[in-house]
Design a protein. Structure first.
Length: 69
């Protein structure tokens, strides 16, 4: 029985050179495609923080209003 090993290519280099070292970081960063982030991902933490702040304000208002009565 022969072992099931991954295929190898003799013509491919074993170590891939770092493009940042050859071209410089700025030129490499300019070649990268721009990544878009969904707006919901950015607004979800902000909405959670706003909800928590409003909940604490409502709780404090209720507590302070009950103390005056």
């Amino acid at each position: 029985m022969q072992p099931n090993l991954p295929a190898t290519r003799d013509e491919a280099p074993l170590v891939v050179a770092d493009r940042n070292a050859e071209e410089g970081f700025e030129s490499h960063a300019a070649q990268r495609p721009e990544q878009h982030q969904h707006l919901g991902v950015a607004l979800l933490p902000l909405a959670l923080i706003a909800f928590i702040v409003l909940a604490f304000i409502a709780a404090a208002w209720t507590f302070l209003a009950a103390g005056k009565a």
